[in-house]
Design a protein around this ligand. Sequence first.
Ligand code: HEM
Length: 241
Amino acid sequence: MIEKIKNLIFQNRFWKSVFRHGMPVNTRLRSEVVTSNLFLHIHPVKVYKDSLRFKKTLGLGLISLYLFFILCITGILLMFYYIPHVQRAYQDMKDLEFAVSFGMILRNMHRWGAHSMVALVFLHMCRVFYTAGYRQPREFNWGVGVILFVCTLALSLTGYLLPWDQLAFWAITIVVNLIDTMPIIGDDMRYLVVGGTLVGQNALIRFYVMHVMVLPLITSMLIAVHFWRIRKDGGLARPEE
Ligand code: HEM
């Protein structure tokens, strides 16, 4: 009876059009499962047992990835309540905390998630350096990682202005004054970043667009390249290499 049901399912044309391989009972079929599945094919077909050990990576790269997901989800939810206007932004944040159900937890998940991501990406970078993961053939992926680190910091900075409270306003004013001190291009860079001479509405909308659109898109694309590269470089670096 069970055999009959199994045959009915596995011989079904629709089933075969979704799963283009048999049950993964041997090495060949197992590798077919991995290569023919969009989600699984991120992993290499074969992984060294040693690379899977927790103490090898401390899970820092994956935790950074999960934090990025949490930030995207909570960020989208925050967008329902926040309007990037100098007259509204601060009030919206206060309403979110005191008038919206679970608003406080939503805001804090996003805030603490962002702080943690900066710390964890940095620790992940230290781990990679410590295990010499930057050496040949992984130099390119190290470079991608450095840009990811810059994106993480940029996301953190652009998000900092959005509550439009005193802390945010003066912190960004300091950063903008720092940009101003750059030789030759300082003036133009400042104008480009704040969209004028003072931190005001133009700066708020620029930081908002960078924070919710441009930087998350660039980061997502770079994370995809980062993971693809780990695979193509033969998984994680091994001490004997
Ligand atoms: C959004 C930020 C990042 C995410 C989500 C991320 C994710 C990951 C993951 C999941 C791995 C697999 C091993 C592990 O879990 O540790 C990995 C490996 C690696 N990452 Fe990152 N990473 C990020 C940032 C960085 C940075 C800032 C650098 C360096 C500047 C970097 C360089 C590397 C290199 C070279 C490897 C291969 C390491 C090896 O072979 O041992 N990554 N990354």
